[in-house]
Design a protein around this ligand. Structure first.
Ligand code: UDP
Length: 458
């Protein structure tokens, strides 16, 4: 047979693999797709409605011509860059001139800031004078390189926090947006950063639990997802089927899914245990899909452990996905009957936000920012153990009407609080407050900004 004939035969055989065989040999895309065009404000109208869109325009009206600088430490990768990628153009479209800049730094700087990041999350660390000097030296270099002439300067996370030294003698307002969990920070590292943070006009945290006691006003801004991104946009039914076929997932039977990096703190082994316990009572398949295992030594160890734990069960489907799998993840979430996020520790837990947005009944651990998203028995089910998780899998699979109602409520909760458009609204309100553009009743706009009264400080 010719070369072409051989290839055609191989392709045909590949296409004819049974679901069971496909599970062992999932078809995973090896090349990143082209980036999609960026949505415009008007494109969100069908999701949030015209009045909400008009409200954004109204709130932006007085801010027209004002200038904003957003600063973070990376242009790609990570949730902050993803949010800024959407936020800056939307503010710009509303007439608020928004400029996004990224600080620079050598390996020594990013090693120090990574260690700070871990220590602020509670990891053990010895803060040396040398580390402080590296941090301050790079801050100085960035300060010399950057200009801060905008009306509002928003600094994201600890890495660029020291830039606030540039605010002297300038009228602009400075905001520190902290995306990380500061509930249990390393005392010395926090002691080093805190005097910088207290030079800002306001600080923003992602959850009441993440905030610190500070001398400046604090606001609560939930993280957000973009409903028009590849990860969250509506998908055709045919595409869901194709993705399930590619991964050997049988859509005629219940599908329970956890999407997470292969990380012990996401507790994939606990999910397998819970699934096995539930499976004694209800039929289902378990999908554990994640990424990062190939470039993270610990990730590949965890992936191996997960594969070993699943070895004898043909209904556990483990997928190690490349970083460009947003559409596939979207499809997996949409095709699932239930979503699980059984983390032992969590930041905000954007996978939960994504699942709720897709109106999926969701079972998640009561850790990190998850309880801000899952109101127990209303927008999902909160669990505290493997047994609890197993019980809820069994309960929701056997009570589909209740499960569907949870999903609907969850989507509403996200629509109200966790979409990029709500985030834009919060920024506009905060800018108005800080620039003194709030007319009659500042308390009202302040209140609209803050779902958590505990953080209200102005
Ligand atoms: N995610 C992904 N590929 C994966 C696993 C996760 O794109 O293989 C995405 C997931 O959809 C979510 C984000 O990574 O948008 C994870 O955010 P989360 O806050 O849930 O957890 P983190 O990984 O930041 O601890």
């Amino acid at each position: 047979m010719s070369e072409d004939g051989n290839q055609a035969k191989a392709r045909l055989q590949e296409a004819q693999l049974s679901t069971q065989e496909r599970r062992k040999k999932p078809r995973i895309s090896q090349t990143p797709p082209a980036p999609p065009p960026r949505p415009k404000l008007e494109d969100y109208c069908s999701i949030i409605g015209k009045p909400q869109l008009e409200e954004l325009r109204y709130l932006a009206d007085d801010l027209r011509g004002k200038t904003v600088k957003m600063v973070n430490s990376t242009a790609v990768g990570g949730g902050v860059a993803e949010i800024l990628n959407r936020l800056a153009p939307l503010l710009e479209e509303l007439g608020v001139a928004t400029h996004w800049e990224v600080i620079t730094g050598g390996n020594d700087f990013f090693e120090v800031t990574k260690a700070f990041h871990n220590a602020l999350h509670g990891a053990p660390y010895v803060l040396t004078r040398e580390a402080q000097e590296v941090f301050l030296a790079h801050t100085e270099q960035n300060r010399m390189r950057m200009k801060f002439e905008e009306d509002l300067v928003v600094i994201h996370d600890p890495q660029p926090a020291g830039l606030v030294a540039s605010r002297k003698d300038r009228p602009g307002k400075w905001i520190w947006r902290c995306h990380i969990d500061l509930s249990n920070p390393h005392p010395e590292v926090w002691g080093f950063l805190r005097p910088m943070v207290e030079q800002y006009d306001a600080a923003i945290f992602s959850s009441p639990a993440f905030a610190r006691s500070l001398s400046i006003p604090q606001y609560l801004f939930y993280p957000c997802i973009d409903p028009l991104s590849e990860k969250n946009k509506d998908l055709e039914e045919g595409y869901l089927q194709k993705v399930c076929d590619d991964f050997g997932i049988d859509r005629s039977r219940p599908i329970v899914t956890q999407i997470s990096r292969f990380d012990r703190l996401k507790d994939p082994l606990g999910v397998i245990q819970a699934y096995k316990m539930a499976k004694n009572y209800v039929d289902c398949q378990l999908v554990l899909a994640g990424g990062g295992a190939s470039d993270d030594p610990e990730g590949s160890v965890v992936l191996k452990e997960v594969q070993e734990a699943a070895a004898d069960d043909p209904d556990i489907i483990i997928l190690d996905l490349p970083p460009w799998s947003a559409l596939e993840i979207n499809a997996l979430q949409r095709a699932s009957t239930l979503m699980v996020q059984k983390s032992l520790k969590e930041g905000f837990g954007l996978t939960v936000t994504e699942a709720l947005w897709k109106a999926k009944p969701t079972i998640a651990a009561a850790v990190g920012g998850i309880p801000s998203q899952i109101i127990h028995k209303l927008t999902g089910m909160l669990v505290h153990s493997v047994e609890g998780c197993a019980y809820q899998i069994r309960y929701l699979l056997t009570h589909p009407e209740f499960a569907a109602q949870l999903g609907k409520n969850g989507r509403e909760h996200v629509k109200e609080n966790l979409l990029i458009t709500t985030n834009v609204r919060r920024w506009l309100l905060l800018f108005r407050i800080l620039l003194g553009l709030v007319a009659a009743d500042p308390g009202r706009e302040g209140a609209a900004l803050e779902p958590a009264p505990a953080l209200k400080n102005c």
